[in-house]
Design a binder for this molecule. Structure first.
Ligand code: NAG
Ligand code: NAG
Ligand code: NAG
Ligand code: NAG
Ligand code: NAG
Ligand code: NAG
Ligand code: NAG
Length: 924
């Protein structure tokens, strides 16, 4: 469902780009030259003053502002040809920080001042009012605060005044009305108050007025009807009340009328389309227009056929009462977006709707429509969103919806649809969200629907009358998040293939007639937050894996026939997070459950279902060949649980791979293999080492054999680069920061951008590998743990990380967490920049790598940096910048490696900060 919020974003951003576009065109028609004056010195000093107030200039646009050139040749400056006075100062989107010097008011020949999209702050200096030749003032998208300068009438030639997206407060000053040449006034997204003053109507030259997103309040003055040339009137979210004055509908050149999100009342004139034939955008949602009494509010639609260029019609939540006229089909074939949701429209949906072949969004949800959906809906070939929910539609869901090959969201919930779910929906190859709940649908769930890998957000079929079992094709929904089949008439055993829907976060099967046990394949659904299988006829024991799931917040097993012991850990330790009511054969559990005690008996270990079968792709034999019998000449690394070999599968294409063979006799190796398979299965990222395949087999002696095959990294590990004497060339500082940025990006991905949080658990230089282009790839997920799916079951005795890199809390038995990874990253950063291992002999007696780096801050960083790293060109001019970068880098490492986990820097901030440092370094 598209929320109103989403619609706000859509409309305002398209408006902004529209306005920016207008701005660029205008800028190109440059100024002409006028009479010659002295005063070059004045301009020069004013520009130097401008420069002196800029505190940050990331693109170095102001370096050209130096003695070597006349100021007319400085970047962003244009001068009159003869008089050599500054006519244009234009620095758009240059990332500038600082304030705007009042001395800009001395540039008395200035015609254009364009500083849009920077980060300037402070007030807008009132000295600007002295710029009597100024035509274009663009200060939009900055951080200016305070009021709009009064007495702007001094700028009597102003044509464009754009102060939008700042933090301006107060009223629109009266003198603005004296700007008799103004054609564009853009003040949107500030904090202006005091209403739209009626005197603005005196600016009859106005063409674009954009004031949305200010808490103005008051009524729309009817004097604005004097703006005969107006094409854009955008004043959504301005807290207006009262009705739209009739004079506004006299502005026949209007292209965009946006007054959404106000408290406007009254009715829309039935001749609106005749009076405003140029309309392309009519956006009035979230108002309260019903005012016609007994008559039909929708009559105005007839006249809209006159608007032959209409693109968007958005009247969501306007309290409109009436029927949708057949003439809806006569609207422009350019119409893309039609949203009449959340009104009180009744009657049937006219089949003429099929004529609107340009539509991508059709939203008629939350009305009182009745009858069948016309099959002509199948003609809307461009449709991506169809929302007809919460109406009283009946009859079948038309097969023709299958014709909508671009449809991504179909929401038909809470109607009276009956019959089968049409298998033709399987042709909607882009469908990612389908909600059909609360209808009268019957029959089987069509398997075609389950074979849509695009279904990723939700599939909700609850509260219908669907029967039979869940088709095994459900396994194809590998990316689906929410599956709700509750309150139907489904029966049979729960198909084990549901266990392959590994992305599920919510699974609801409540209120059906399922029987049998919970399939053991459910053990791979560790990402679930909600599992509700209550009100069925399920039996057997409560599976052991349920109490291990870390993200499970709610578990409902009630009203089934489960037996045996209720666990007391995990989700079962919190009485409000689960329910086992109405299962008469359960015992044990929390005392509050008041269940009988269980009799002690040793039951046999449940068979371990392995999630790793899917990886069995290469044979032991193939690996043996590829590594020349695992010969030591091919051995490229050895760790606690494994040995790594370089191998070549196909002698004709000698692309090498890295083969990691697990030492299965070592405690933990098997778990480590499972952990790694599980972690890799779910993730893919440019800075993570790519797994190619795996092998799970027996060797020739009949012993278990497990191996993972990765892409080969020709440039070895960061550990080798930092410490191996074999590497004669060294990494320079820029390369090191690049590598650290890559690693931080990979961690950010693992922690924040996967389905479930993945903790690496053993970050260290030997696990960071470099490809041909020195791009870093994080490898070795031997200890990785998916939060929510505990792979190191019973791992309290297991190894956690590596000494020196593991955070102090792991030593006292804490769980592995993402902030533990951040600690390891901090140490890695300090090692990469100082060249010192955390286990170096010098670190004893209370001195650690962290402390060593900390003590060098802020002024002695240069003393601790690895001498080999500094090959940057240090000149007197850039020395400060270089030192700042070194200090900023060390600071990150220190902040990441503090003892207290909550105080460690967030990895996403680390990424940004390193990115910034890289930027500065690359531009020195
Ligand atoms: C700008 O003009 C004012 C008044 O004429 C003068 O006091 C000031 O010094 C000038 N600023 C610069 C930077 O020349
Ligand atoms: C002056 O500006 C030019 C052009 O950007 C630049 O190449 C030069 O390095 C600058 N000189 C100084 C001293 O900054
Ligand atoms: C605007 O024009 C009206 C006449 O239409 C005049 O009475 C009023 O004073 C003007 N307002 C301003 C602020 O100039
Ligand atoms: C709209 O324009 C017409 C024709 O110019 C005029 O007669 C009418 O009074 C105007 N209506 C309003 C409300 O300004
Ligand atoms: C639009 O409406 C006006 C006024 O009713 C009419 O004169 C004009 O012909 C109409 N244009 C179209 C394209 O229908
Ligand atoms: C309106 O559309 C209908 C078909 O839906 C068509 O028959 C009729 O001619 C159209 N009217 C106009 C004025 O375009
Ligand atoms: C749906 O598509 C089929 C073939 O692509 C076509 O024959 C049929 O007319 C279409 N139905 C509708 C209602 O557009």
């Amino acid at each position: 469902m598209k929320s109103p919020q989403a619609i706000i974003h859509l409309s305002s951003s398209s408006l902004i780009s529209f306005l920016f576009y207008g701005l660029t065109i205008r800028c190109l028609t440059s100024a002409t030259v006028s009479a010659s004056y002295g005063g070059n010195e004045t301009d020069y000093l004013a520009l130097l003053s401008f420069k002196s107030k800029i505190t940050y200039d990331p693109y170095k646009v102001l370096t050209s502002w130096n003695h070597s050139f006349h100021f007319c040749d400085w970047s962003g400056i244009s001068c009159g040809k003869r008089h050599k006075r500054v006519t244009v100062l234009r620095l758009i989107s240059k990332g500038l920080e600082g304030s705007l010097s009042p001395h800009v008011g001395n540039l008395s020949f200035l015609r254009e001042l364009s500083l849009a999209n920077n980060s300037l702050q402070g007030t807008i200096p009132h000295e600007l009012v002295r710029l009597s030749r100024l035509r274009r003032l663009y200060l939009l998208v900055n951080k200016f605060s305070g009021v709009i300068p009064a007495n702007l009438s001094g700028c009597s030639n102003l044509e464009d005044l754009w102060l939008a997206r700042n933090k301006l407060v107060g009223r629109i000053p009266k003198e603005v009305s004296l700007l008799s040449k103004l054609v564009g006034l853009g003040i949107y997204e500030n904090k202006l108050t005091g209403g739209i003053p009626p005197f603005l109507g005196n600016i009859t030259s106005m063409e674009v007025f954009s004031a949305f997103g200010n808490p103005f309040g008051g009524r729309i003055p009817d004097t604005l009807g004097l703006w005969k040339s107006l094409t854009v009137f955008a004043s959504g979210g301005c807290n207006f009340s009262g009705s739209i004055p009739p004079s506004i509908f006299n502005l026949s050149l209007l292209v965009n009328l946006t007054l959404a999100e106000n408290h406007l009342t009254g009715s829309l004139p039935s001749e609106i389309g005749n009076k405003l034939p140029n309309l392309e955008f009519l956006q009035l949602w979230n108002n309260n227009f019903h005012g016609r009494g007994e008559a039909d509010d929708m009559r105005f639609v007839d006249s809209l056929k006159n608007c032959t260029r209409l693109v968007e019609l958005v009247l969501y939540n306007c309290n409109l009462i009436g029927v949708l006229p057949i003439s809806i089909g006569n609207l422009s074939d350019q119409l893309i977006y039609l949203n009449l949701g959340d009104n009180q429209l009744f009657g049937s949906l006219p089949s003429s709707i099929g004529s609107l072949v340009g539509l991508t969004t059709l939203h008629l949800g939350q009305n009182r429509f009745k009858g069948k959906i016309p099959t002509t809906i199948g003609k809307l070939q461009k449709l991506q969103y169809l929302g007809l929910y919460r109406n009283q539609f009946s009859g079948p869901i038309p097969d023709a919806i299958g014709n909508l090959s671009l449809l991504n969201t179909l929401s038909l919930l809470s109607n009276k649809f009956e019959g089968h779910i049409p298998p033709s929906l399987g042709k909607c190859k882009e469908l990612n969200s389908l909600s059909l709940e609360d209808n009268r649908l019957s029959g089987k769930i069509p398997k075609e629907l389950l074979q849509l890998p695009s279904l990723t957000y939700f599939l909700v079929l609850s509260y219908n009358n669907l029967s039979s079992s869940i088709p095994s094709e459900i396994k194809d929904l590998k990316m689906l998040n929410i599956l709700d089949l509750s309150y139907n008439n489904l029966s049979g055993t729960i198909t084990s293939s549901l266990g392959e829907c590994i992305s599920l976060t919510t699974l609801n099967l409540r209120g059906n007639r399922f029987q049998g046990v919970i399939p053991s394949s459910f053990s791979s659904l560790g990402g679930l937050g909600v599992l509700d299988i209550s009100e069925n006829n399920l039996s057997g024991k409560i599976p052991q894996f349920l109490d291990k799931w870390k993200s499970l917040e709610y578990l409902n097993l009630s009203f089934n026939d489960f037996e045996g012991e209720v666990p007391v850990v995990g989700v079962f330790s919190n009485a409000s997070a689960f329910s086992v009511l109405g299962n008469n054969r359960l015992c044990g559990g929390l005392v509050t459950l008041e269940l009988p005690k269980c009799k002690k008996k040793r039951n046999s270990q449940p068979s371990q279902s392995s999630g790793s079968e899917r990886f069995m792709k290469v044979s032991y034999n193939q690996l043996l060949k590829a590594t020349d019998g695992f010969s030591t000449t091919n051995l490229i690394g050895e760790g606690g649980h494994s040995s790594v070999y370089k191998g070549i599968f196909d002698p004709d294409d000698d692309k090498p791979v890295a083969i990691k063979v697990l030492h299965l006799q070592n405690r933990g190796a098997h778990k480590s293999f499972l952990a790694e398979c599980e972690a890799w299965r779910n993730i893919r990222h440019r800075n993570l080492l790519k797994i190619i395949t795996s092998c799970s087999s027996v060797d020739f002696q009949g012993n278990d054999f497990k191996a993972l095959v990765y892409e080969f990294m020709p440039n070895g590990s960061v550990h080798d680069w930092l410490h191996s004497s074999a590497n004669t060339s060294k990494l320079n500082f820029l390369q090191r920061i690049n590598i650290l940025r890559d690693v931080a990006t990979a961690l950010d991905y693992l922690h924040n951008r996967c389905q479930t949080t993945i903790v690496h658990g053993d970050l260290k230089p030997s696990n960071i590998l470099l490809d041909d282009d020195m791009v870093a790839h994080v490898g070795d997920f031997g200890l990785a743990r998916l939060l929510g799916a505990d792979l190191n079951q019973n791992s309290s005795t297991g190894v956690k990380g590596t000494i020196g890199y593991a955070p102090p809390e792991y030593g006292i038995g804490s769980e592995m967490t993402s902030s533990g990874d951040v600690y390891s990253f901090g140490i890695l950063l300090l090692e990469a920049t100082t060249g010192k291992k955390p286990t170096d002999d010098m670190f004893n007696d209370g001195l650690s790598l962290h402390k060593f780096a900390y003590m060098a801050l802020p002024d002695h960083v240069i003393d601790v940096i690895d001498g080999d790293a500094i090959v940057l060109q240090c000149t007197e001019a850039n020395e400060n910048k270089v030192e700042e970068c070194l200090a900023a880098t060390i600071k990150i490492g220190v902040s990441c490696s503090v003892d207290s986990p909550p105080q460690r820097m967030k990895i996403e901030i680390v990424v940004n900060e390193l990115q910034r440092i890289l930027y500065v370094l690359q531009n020195i």
